[in-house]
Design a protein around this ligand. Sequence first.
Ligand code: NAD
Ligand code: ZN
Length: 365
Amino acid sequence: MEKLKIEKPAEGMEFSYDIVWKNDFSELAACIAQAGLAPGKICIVTDHNIAPLFLEQVEASLHATGAVVLSHIIPAGEQHKHLDTVRELYAFLVKNHFERKDLLVALGGGVTGDLTGFAAATYLRGIDFVQVPTTLLAQVDSSVGGKTGVDFNKYKNMIGAFHQPRLVYMNAETLRTLPGDQFSSGMAEIIKSALICDSQFFYWLEDHVEEIRKKEPEVLIEMIRTCCSIKANVVAEDPKETGRRAILNYGHTVGHAVEKLSNFRMLHGHCVALGMLAALSIDQKRGTVSDRELLQIRALLVSFALPLYTSGVTPEAVLDAMRSDKKMEGGKIRFILLQKIGTAEICTTLTEADLSDAVLEITGS
Ligand SMILES: NC(=O)c1ccc[n+]([C@@H]2O[C@H](COP(=O)([O-])OP(=O)(O)OC[C@H]3O[C@@H](n4cnc5c(N)ncnc54)[C@H](O)[C@@H]3O)[C@@H](O)[C@H]2O)c1
Ligand SMILES: [Zn+2]
């Protein structure tokens, strides 16, 4: 079995769970049993786009657990990642008498995973949940690490909880139906992981562009597994983001600002790619990334259809949006930079002028 064990054996925050990679859903019930779960009822939470594609297969597989299997379909899209959608899920669980030993299964992208995880964290003060991520972004990022939550008013991920899944089950075949722009959005997070933690992985990505674009299953699984293991290591060191976990936000300070200014019409990974380019322009000036390396990184982003520029936003607007982001602490921006390809550091000494210059690189204005 292709799997990775995530462990955090100390500090009153124990968790240990497997991430498994498969090419179908047939072993989901067996993996749930292996995780030590024996729920009386299971609620699959999925969205309107994913239900017609995979719900029947997942339901069929889960019947082998012996549990009563129900499903709850939420509307698709970030605009529904809010408390009203959670409230409807709570109502469904109450109506169907879900108890503490029962289980939620999040079948879908990051929106479904974050929202279901948050419901699991809070329903009856916490019940178990399993992640079955179906987007590349969810497979490499949102399903690993235990951050759950929803947006509140205009603020992204403002309400949430740390709640680790009991199992993450990935079916690589689900990526076949994923629209191209969603695939490229996930690639940005993968390139980010390579840049902050693993230079060998960066060069491996350069060497496998064609196979990845053709979605060759073995190459995809190797890529996703490497990325999950990078994230899992960072998270295990700092599960509640009091320090080093912040490096995962590389490209996200500027990226979130651009995403917000686009009213979330631009995809997350596309904004992260722009945010990384802004950060890289600072790295290039500091001399930690050479001109040649910057060209290499830009070429890799382009090969996965990621943007190098955005029009229609000004550096002032981006800076304003960054100021209202919760990543500012005591008026200072915690900005992630590279010491070199494969190593990141947290920097709190950048001036507004540094940031403005960096944003100019991607707005071109
Ligand atoms: N918890 C974390 O640590 C973390 C990390 C990164 C991102 N996130 C969150 O993840 C969310 C973004 O996730 P996402 O990009 O997966 O978005 P998403 O869940 O909205 O999925 C994107 C779109 O693809 C569709 N879709 C999903 N799987 C499909 C498939 N296999 N085939 C066809 N269509 C499919 C969905 O219905 C949706 O329309 C954001 O809300 C972000 O805040 C969380
Ligand atoms: Zn991200």
